[in-house]
Design a protein around this ligand. Structure first.
Ligand SMILES: *Cc1c(COP(=O)(O)O)cnc(C)c1O
Length: 227
């Protein structure tokens, strides 16, 4: 049992959480390491977008949730290229496209499966050896190639600020993501259309929204700690 699993209390908890979130911001509820019962409770309270970090864990959950066909699944964790095909098959959104190699593998898989997953490019606005993703300079250099991908719908940027930043520094980091998106959008592209900013987790989603997040990814704040 997690803290918020009782359906009625979860519903109240979710309402309180939503009060400060504009309706235009999509809540991707992160349920990694949480049971399908937690997902059912969240679904009953009205959530439809769920974020998971592992492909196999998600497939196992999807098998048990076939009676809830209108869930949208979001992959938020690092993906190995050899799992690209499984990821395309099982997720509508892939937030963690973190290299050109992975983007190309996803494109190939999407083309073979005749699917068009929505994708965010993961960026590191500050050097962070613990994270995957492009730094801005390398991303800008890779954009012309990324722009040629036609099945993988690249529609946003995703970012996770490094640990240990102050509130001001975190806000600035999120604002820098927005500025980078804006800079990309100011050029004309064939396919790229960077409208979405996937940023903000339990500890920093308010700052992310302040900086223009269109999708936030809270986990513990909704469902309690992961044990
Ligand atoms: C785990 C995770 C989250 C949710 O983190 P919380 O601290 O539980 O809100 C969001 N995004 C990514 C990429 C994650 O790995």
């Amino acid at each position: 049992m997690t803290l918020f699993q009782a359906p009625a209390s979860f519903q109240n908890h979710l309402r309180e959480f939503q009060v400060n979130i504009p309706t235009s911001v999509k809540i991707v509820a992160v349920t990694k390491k949480k049971s399908v019962d937690v997902i059912r409770t969240a679904y009953a309270a009205g959530l439809r977008d769920f974020g998971e970090s592992r492909v196999q864990e998600t497939i196992a959950k999807q098998e048990q949730l076939q009676d809830l066909p209108d869930i949208t699944w979001h992959l938020i964790g690092h993906l190995q290229s050899n799992k690209a095909s499984k990821a395309v098959e099982h997720f509508t959104w892939i937030h963690s496209v973190d290299s050109l190699k992975l983007a190309k593998r996803l494109e190939q898989a999407a083309s073979e499966l005749s699917l068009c997953p929505q994708a965010c490019l993961q960026v590191k606005m500050r050097p962070d050896p613990n994270k995957y993703g492009w730094d801005p300079e390398h991303l800008l250099a890779d954009l012309p190639v990324l722009d040629q991908l036609s099945h993988l719908k690249i529609v946003g940027l995703m970012a996770i600020p490094p640990l240990g930043l102050s509130l001001d520094e975190t806000l600035q980091c999120f604002r820098d993501v927005g500025a980078l998106a804006h800079r990309i959008q100011s050029q004309s592209w064939q396919h790229l259309d960077i409208q979405e900013l996937s940023m903000g987790m339990s500890e920093d989603y308010e700052l992310a929204i302040q900086a223009g997040a269109t999708m936030i990814r809270p986990g513990r704040r909704l469902f309690g700690d992961r044990t």
